[in-house]
Design a binder for this molecule. Structure first.
Ligand SMILES: O=c1ccn([C@H]2C[C@H](O)[C@@H](COP(=O)(O)OP(=O)(O)OP(=O)(O)O)O2)c(=O)[nH]1
Ligand SMILES: [Mg+2]
Length: 150
């Protein structure tokens, strides 16, 4: 049922941190815990890179996405600035979460709080092939709302 093994390594100073965790059996995301060493106040309109205290290694056909938690976004305006954040399969550094406060109030990031979630995705292996002409389609180059609003 779980065919993809992803290795996870706790980083120095994060021995006490919970590992990313699914909060229900079939949750898409593993919730990520802030590994800040002290409380950090994120003022409205500001952004910060939050450590998680771990690094991962996954098979090349996977990527991981860092996504916001909707509760934090709805209640406090806290989201990921670069959502979805991309964790490349060959990245071995600490997974970090780029949070921004789009709310009206300062938001305190505390160690051990769940601040985002990590979703693994299958990534098709693609190589780009340069050509002089592309195939024709009905849409052609129409886009950006060319079919109208309704
Ligand atoms: O939310 C994020 C986004 C990225 N990363 C790490 C893992 C990822 O593999 C690496 C590079 O991310 P990305 O490709 O998005 O950033 P870049 O600006 O293109 O940096 P690089 O030139 O290092 O690829 O940074 C995170 O830890 N959290
Ligand atoms: Mg990159």
């Amino acid at each position: 049922m779980f065919p993809y093994n992803v290795q996870i390594k706790r980083l120095e100073g994060a021995e006490d941190m919970p590992l990313p965790r699914r909060m229900s059996d079939q949750a898409s995301g593993f919730d990520l815990y802030a590994a800040v060493t002290e409380d950090f106040v994120l003022e409205p309109g500001k952004r910060t890179l939050v450590p998680t205290g771990f690094a991962i290694s996954m098979p090349p056909e996977l990527e991981a996405q860092i996504r916001p938690r909707s509760g934090l976004a709805f209640k406090q305006g806290i989201t990921c600035l670069n959502t979805p954040g991309t964790i490349d399969a060959d990245y071995r550094g600490e997974v970090k979460v780029l949070l921004i406060n789009l709310g009206d109030e300062p938001f305190t990031i505390r160690r051990g709080e769940r601040i985002a979630q990590m979703v693994f995705q299958l990534l098709p292996q693609v190589r780009l092939e340069e050509v002089a002409e592309l195939t024709d389609t009905e849409r052609g180059s129409g886009g950006f709302g060319h079919t109208g609003q309704q």
